[in-house]
Design a protein around this ligand. Structure first.
Ligand SMILES: [Zn+2]
Length: 214
């Protein structure tokens, strides 16, 4: 922001400043300030205008003072160049924000895919263990016992018991059911968080943003 001197004989004009006829039509003095308020009574002000405006508004602490900018900072080719540089910086920052969040989201997607894979393996193992192959083997061995009309210690009995033990039991299904509930609970919580994030980006946050960057 450029400081301005109230003595009109010594008004500082930057060398790069455009040669615009910046003179107040009412007071014939050099314009010093632009009022950028939403509903400004007058935009272009010399020091006399500013004095008048201050008296008119009477409350020098009110917001309008904040919205007065040095004219060189707003209406000049330098102002446009500065704004262009700022715009580029903002665009770069926005891309950085995207890249950063994208990387984080991809990590989460990888974790979820890993989880899905682990669950799939566990369920497959359970299904294989509870398949009919063990039962078929037991039926065959039982038929031998029946043919021999006897059950003795030995290889067949060991095989029969091995297959019997290999079949997944109800207790193991219970463990898996409990894990199912627990996982569903956590996934629902995660889903709620994701919904809320999605709503934040999808729906109106523009008011908040424009407060941050007036
Ligand atoms: Zn004036």
């Amino acid at each position: 922001m450029i400081e301005y001197d109230t003595d009109e004989e010594e008004i500082f004009i930057p060398a790069e400043f455009d040669k615009l006829p910046l003179v107040c039509k009412r007071h014939k003095k050099r314009l010093a300030s632009v009022d950028l308020s939403k509903n400004s009574y007058r935009r272009l002000l010399c020091f006399e205008c500013m004095k008048e405006e201050n008296e008119r508004i009477r409350n020098p602490m009110s917001n309008f003072l904040k919205n007065r900018y040095s004219i060189e900072d707003v209406i000049s080719s330098k102002a446009i160049e500065d704004t262009r540089a700022k715009t580029i910086a903002y665009q770069e920052k926005a891309m950085q924000i995207y890249t950063d969040l994208e990387r984080r989201i991809n990590t989460l997607i990888d974790i979820l895919n890993g989880l899905k894979y682990d669950i799939q393996k566990k369920v497959e193992k359970f299904i294989i263990k509870s398949s009919n192959s063990h039962l078929d083997a037991m039926i065959t061995i039982l038929a031998k016992f029946q043919g021999e009309k006897a059950v003795d210690e030995g290889e067949n009995l060991e095989k029969y018991i091995k297959h019997f033990l290999a079949i997944e039991k109800e207790s193991e299904l219970k463990v898996m059911k409990a894990m199912h509930r627990e996982t569903m609970f956590d996934l629902n919580a995660l889903h709620n968080s994701l919904n809320s994030l999605q709503n934040n980006w999808r729906f109106n946050k523009s008011n908040t943003f424009s407060n941050l960057f007036p």
